[in-house]
Design a protein around this ligand. Structure first.
Ligand code: COA
Length: 249
């Protein structure tokens, strides 16, 4: 069991904290597994009615650990991220996210599957897949164009430009910008409010708002095929190695 993900439950809310601050909460296989298990537990529980997800140390998450990506690419294994992505995309439990600092890769794309998102002025969103020789994941290939419009989705996926919280609010990715000292409490209050709603109606309303999600499942399936191929490409391996040697240098 990793200590890099902390899970606590109170007042009907499961709080998931990505806690690897020295690495900007970059996600390793064990961290994905812990978060996948937490989401499964929430869906199976009558007591857990909402989830709150946050980072720590002034970062949401720097996305997939690039050392892990390189190891996965070399071994040809299925990335552990796949299981987490499928789980969060199909979650029955409403999710509130609190974003401070970097939200890179899956740190941005997981937000499409959250119901309420609060961020600080320091939030920095980026989907750098293309620059790493990769393709978008977590159904962002359809959800970004649907949420942002094709022009903005192309800017943030194909050009891989970073964007800040004001742009994220305009794009409809986040609900509001709050001071850092109020971020956790704002997100927890929203999650507690959700948890206090009639449980069956809340889950049904969320399901209705998100449709049957067959299109999302299909998009994730297509993306995973392309992602698996891209991950093993020379372009991707060179990008991971460049980052990892920069980190050591
Ligand atoms: N995988 C592995 N390690 C990572 C990481 C990642 N995705 N993101 C950050 N880290 C590590 C850095 O190597 C560094 O470790 P070190 O102190 O042992 O050298 C530490 O976390 C802090 O990161 P640093 O780059 O010094 O912080 P920064 O504030 O200057 O930049 C980022 C933060 C997130 C912009 C930058 O680290 C980055 O671009 N990371 C890669 C993001 C990425 O491509 N993710 C995959 C998306 S698919």
């Amino acid at each position: 069991m990793t200590e890099d993900v902390q899970v606590s439950i109170a007042d009907g809310v499961m709080r998931i904290t990505m806690h690897r601050p020295a690495k900007k909460n970059a996600l390793t296989g064990p961290m994905y597994d812990a978060m996948t298990a937490a989401l499964q537990k929430a869906d199976a529980s009558d007591e857990i009615r909402a989830i709150m997800i946050e980072g720590s140390g002034g970062a949401f998450t720097a996305g997939n650990d690039l050392g892990d990506f390189l190891a996965t690419a070399t071994k040809g294994d299925e990335p552990r991220a796949s299981y987490f992505i499928k789980q969060i995309a199909m979650s029955q439990t409403p999710i509130v996210a609190a974003v401070d600092g970097v939200a890179v890769g899956v740190g941005t794309t997981l937000l499409f599957h959250c119901d309420l998102v609060y961020a600080t002025e320091a939030a920095k969103f980026r989907m750098p897949f293309l620059d790493l020789g990769l393709v978008p994941e977590a159904a962002s290939s359809i959800l970004a164009p649907a949420r942002f419009g094709m022009a903005k989705a192309s800017e943030y996926i194909l050009l891989a430009e970073p964007f800040g919280p004001h742009e994220a609010e305009k794009l409809g990715l986040i609900n509001g910008i709050v001071p850092p000292e109020l971020l956790g409490e704002t997100a927890m209050n929203a999650a507690r409010k959700l948890a206090a709603k009639p449980a069956a109606a809340l889950r049904a309303a969320r399901r209705l708002m998100r449709g049957d999600r067959k299109d999302i499942e299909a998009a994730i399936g297509r993306e995973m095929v392309a992602f698996g191929e891209a991950l093993r490409s020379d372009d991707a391996k060179a990008a991971f190695t460049a980052f990892l040697s920069r980190a050591k240098g």
